[in-house]
Each structure stands twice: as structure tokens, then as C-alpha cells.
Design a protein around this ligand. Structure first.
Ligand code: FAD
Length: 475
């Protein structure tokens, strides 16, 4: 029986995870098409002043599915480090450790904040302020679950910066499923209700590859190639051809020429909205409108190379206040135990924005000034000479769960589900604010749905989709 030809769109963790699993088990002939010259997608790494840096703070969370974690361990060997988390959050002008330590509650939060949280907890116990499901949105879900003080002081301003919307404009899904058990908000609640975050297995630690988070995707890439998968970098997918609702092949630009590849299956991990627009024949107008209504938040990463061995002892600093435009600052050297040049360090600031606003078009010089100004406002000014400012832009950083996004998503999901041989998964593919280990789990699940005849078991996939619904993103 000839093996099916599976063309995978995108070489982020989802695409490469699927390619590796398919190729190593000889289930299919695999071609991966990736538009960038490097693998890893948003979870990749690149060099700045000789140091591997990520696209914003990335950690592999210990809640990773055991099968996926076992593979990552095997692929990376000793290069996968087990590290303690050591971050801090700026709250009302004070710094508290992240993950929260009991002493922070007593000594580092303002008395008014602690009192507010205690009052909120008491109100929750007596069921005060419960809302009906019709009134639900991100704001009501969070304040109902965590109390007004934490949400008002931390999560709402943070949410406005991350998603660019008021909390009332966001779907309750953002609050219910996407504010995780290990998120900053829940952490406050747990700590304040007397449960130390450290008691939970794996909490307070993370895995990190010695040479940058992107080493995970790179390891999958090399392993997939060794197992026989073809991975084309710089291959920009232009069209996905279908005939009578059945997949036919993919057209892409590669080295300045349009090429095509036939396919029995196309597994897409590129943004769902982009995929919809690449389908030929073109989907009806109302579906293209549905694609337009699903939005992704963009992000600029500002890297500053400093002439000093270390900026601070912390891996990440979180900023909720709106007068500080960046949401997080990380120091890559502190993720990998100090690897890198002796007399230099690099900072990475995350600046959420929209790809059609003025911030997106700012020059590197202005973004460098914005970073310096943000850190000065936060009380941690850069004091060493800045040797270089480098920026990177992520057009598709976070899916935005605007209220009522569910219907257009379902319409596109039905459209893709109606094309034989076409599958979409991954963070961008399922419009899921998910971690890397979730994207990899989706990839492994897809491969498990392929039967011995090369047919894709849609019932099994639907069962996996239910599991994906339970994924909760971790900070
Ligand atoms: C700031 C930030 C911090 C994060 N922190 C963490 C963290 O700490 N831990 C964690 O586990 N996760 C984290 N994540 C999430 C993580 O980056 C994603 O879960 C992961 O990248 C998803 O992998 P994916 O393969 O589904 O999608 P992606 O990584 O987005 O890969 C999709 C790929 O498709 C390619 N593509 C798109 N269009 C085309 C086209 N037309 N033709 C060909 N290729 C195309 C893209 O270039 C990309 O390589 C973070 C994300 C962000 C933005």
C-alpha cells in the first residue's frame, strides 16, 4: 500500500511535531513548507550579539504531556535544563516575587491591597455579586472568580495592554479557559487562600534548553529530516487547491518561483484566517468576512544589548500598569543559567500592539527609547551603555477572544472540516491561546488519528478536540 503524501504548512512546534511523528513511524511521505528562513515559528530563537534569544519569554512547562516531554528529553538530552522560576511582578509600585512567596503577602503587598483581597474572598464565600450567564464576559468571569481587587489592580490593566481591548469587550472564554491554574491571577488567589504555590508539583520550575527555547523546534526539525521528512525553508504558501471539497495540493513560492506539490492530506498550522484566504476555489464571501472578524494581537520584541554582565537576578519582570507600555521584560542569560558572553547581557521587552497602529511602524531607535523610558518609569533604569537595539515583529502573537468570536470561529472550523484531507491545528490553526506543549500535543494527536490505510479518523480527532478544549495557557 503506498504511503499517503502529507503536506504540512508551517514549521513551528505543531508542524515539526507532526512531521517528526509521521516520518519516524513511516506513516506518510512528509513535506513541510515554512515561509521563514528558520524553524520554530513564535517559539524559535535567534542570535543577538552572539546570544541565543527567544521571541519573548518562553519556558517549557512541566505540565507538558508525558509522551511529548519524553521525546523532548530524548531529543535534547543534557541540554534540557530544569530551572527554578525567579521572576517578579510590579504591582502598585511595589515588587513581588513570581511565583508568589508567602512572605510577599505579609511584607510586600500594600495593606489596602491585602485588605481588598480579604474582603473579596469573604464576599465570594457568601455568594455576593453572582452573575447570570447572559452577563458574562472576561471582566465578570475574572472579578467573579478572583475578586475585584486583584482584577482591578493587576489583571484588567494587563489585559488592556495584552489584547488592546477593555475587559468587558473580551469573551468569557478568555477568563474561563485561558487564565490558567498557574497564571498570575490564580496564583494570587491560591497564595491568599493559604496554599503555597510551591506545594503543587512542578510549580515554580520550568524546563529550558541550554541554547534557547528554539532548540526544541530545531531538535524536532533535525530529527524529522533524519527520519525522511522534507522541510523547505523560505517556502511561502500561496494557495491550497481543492476540487469537489477534496484536497488536491499546495502552491508556494520558493526561491523566486511558484511551485506546487500534490497532497493526499494538507495539515495546516498557519493562522486559520490566512488558510481560509488561501483556499481555492475561494470560499463564499460570508466566510471570508468571518475570517476578517477573527483578529490576532501583534507584538514587537525589543532587544537591548547592554555592556554589563547582568542586568538583574530575575528571569522576567511583569508590568501591569498602563503607563508602562511593555508587559514583560526578560533577560535570556538568566533562563539558561548564565550562558553567553561574559561582559554583555541582552534584555528582551514585549510590546503588544496592533499591526495597523503607529507603534508597529516605529523605528528601532524610537523603540529603544520607549524601552529605556519604560524601565525608568518602573524604577529599574538601564544604567550600563546600550551597545545595540534590535527588534523583531510577530504579526500573529495572540488570538483575540473578542466577545462573540465563537460564531465566526465555528464557521471557519466547519469550512475546513468540510474539505476532505484538510486539517488545521496548532496555536494559530485552532485560534487557541496555547503553549508550545499544547501545540505539540495537538500534532501528536493528529498523527494518532491516521489509520493504517492512510485515512484520517475524524471521530477520533473530534475526541481529541474535546481534550484541547481543556488546555489552559500558562504564563
Ligand atoms: C510572547 C510570547 C510568549 C510565549 N511564551 C510561551 C512560553 O513561555 N511557553 C510556551 O510553551 N509557549 C509560549 N508561547 C506560545 C508559543 O510560542 C506557541 O504555543 C507556539 O509557537 C505555537 O506553535 P505553532 O506551531 O502552533 O505556531 P507558530 O509557532 O506560530 O508556527 C506557525 C508557523 O507557520 C508559518 N507560516 C505562517 N504563514 C505561512 C505561509 N503562508 N507559508 C508557510 N509558512 C507559514 C510561520 O512562519 C510559523 O513558523 C508564547 C508566545 C508568545 C507570542
Amino acid at each position: 500500500m503506498p504511503k499517503p503524501q502529507i503536506v504540512i504548512l508551517g514549521a513551528g512546534p505543531a508542524g515539526l511535531g507532526a512531521a517528526y511523528q509521521l516520518a519516524r513511524h513511516k506513516f506518510a511521505d512528509v513535506v513541510v513548507l515554512e515561509r521563514n528562513p528558520m524553524v520554530g515559528g513564535n517559539a524559535g530563537s535567534h542570535l543577538v550579539a552572539g546570544m541565543p534569544v527567544d521571541f519573548g519569554s518562553h519556558r517549557l512547562h512541566p505540565s507538558c504531556d508525558p509522551e511529548v516531554l519524553a521525546d523532548i528529553r530524548e531529543l535534547l538530552g543534557d541540554d534540557l535544563m530544569d530551572r527554578p522560576r525567579h521572576g517578579r511582578i510590579r504591582l502598585q509600585g511595589r515588587w513581588i516575587h513570581f511565583p508568589l512567596k508567602p512572605a510577599d503577602l505579609a511584607f510586600h503587598l500594600s495593606p489596602s491591597f491585602s485588605l481588598g483581597v480579604l474582603q473579596d474572598t469573604a464576599k465570594k464565600l457568601v455568594g455576593y455579586g453572582k452573575r447570570t450567564s447572559e452577563e458574562q464576559n472576561f471582566a465578570t468571569v475574572l472579578s467573579g472568580g478572583l475578586g475585584e481587587t486583584i482584577t482591578r489592580e493587576f489583571y484588567f490593566p494587563y489585559a488592556r495592554k495584552i489584547w488592546g481591548l477593555d475587559p468587558e469587550e473580551l469573551s468569557p472564554v478568555q477568563g474561563k479557559r485561558r487564565v490558567g491554574a498557574n497564571s498570575i491571577a490564580k496564583m494570587f488567589r491560591k497564595a491568599l487562600s493559604g496554599i503555597s504555590a510551591k506545594k503543587n508539583t512542578g510549580k515554580g520550575r520550568f524546563y529550558y534548553p541550554r541554547f534557547g527555547f528554539g532548540a526544541i523546534a530545531e531538535a524536532y526539525h533535525y530529527a524529522a529530516r533524519r527520519a525522511g521528512a522534507q522541510v523547505l525553508l523560505g517556502a511561502d504558501v500561496q494557495a491550497v487547491d481543492t476540487c469537489d471539497a477534496q484536497i488536491m495540493g499546495v502552491r508556494y513560492m520558493y526561491q523566486g518561483q511558484e511551485r506546487s506539490v500534490p497532497a493526499d492530506h494538507v495539515w495546516s498550522t498557519i493562522p486559520l484566517t490566512v488558510l481560509t484566504n488561501l483556499l481555492l476555489p475561494r470560499p463564499p464571501r460570508h466566510l471570508l468576512d468571518a475570517a476578517r472578524s477573527l483578529e490576532f494581537r501583534s507584538m514587537i520584541l525589543i532587544y537591548a544589548v547592554l555592556a554589563q554582565p547582568r542586568f538583574s537576578e530575575y528571569d522576567a519582570h511583569y508590568f501591569s500598569e498602563e503607563f508602562i507600555p511593555i508587559t514583560r521584560l526578560s533577560e535570556p542569560k538568566n533562563y539558561c543559567g548564565g550562558y553567553g558572553p561574559r561582559n554583555r547581557t541582552v534584555l528582551c521587552a514585549e510590546l503588544p500592539c496592533s499591526s495597523d497602529d503607529a507603534v508597529w511602524k516605529m523605528t528601532d531607535e524610537s523603540l529603544g527609547e520607549l524601552l529605556k523610558d519604560s524601565l525608568a518609569k518602573a524604577g529599574i533604569p538601564i544604567q550600563a551603555p546600550v551597545q545595540q537595539i534590535v527588534t523583531r515583529r510577530l504579526r500573529y502573537a495572540y488570538p483575540i477572544y473578542r466577545k462573540c468570536y465563537e460564531e465566526p470561529f465555528r464557521e471557519l472550523d466547519r469550512l475546513i472540516g468540510g474539505v476532505g484531507g484538510l486539517l488545521t491545528f496548532g496555536r494559530q490553526g485552532l485560534f487557541a491561546h496555547d503553549n508550545t506543549h499544547h501545540a505539540l500535543y495537538m500534532a501528536y494527536s493528529a498523527v494518532k488519528c491516521l489509520d493504517a490505510d492512510g485515512r484520517f479518523d475524524l471521530c477520533k480527532w473530534q475526541a481529541f478536540r474535546q481534550i484541547f478544549e481543556t488546555h489552559v495557557v500558562e504564563d
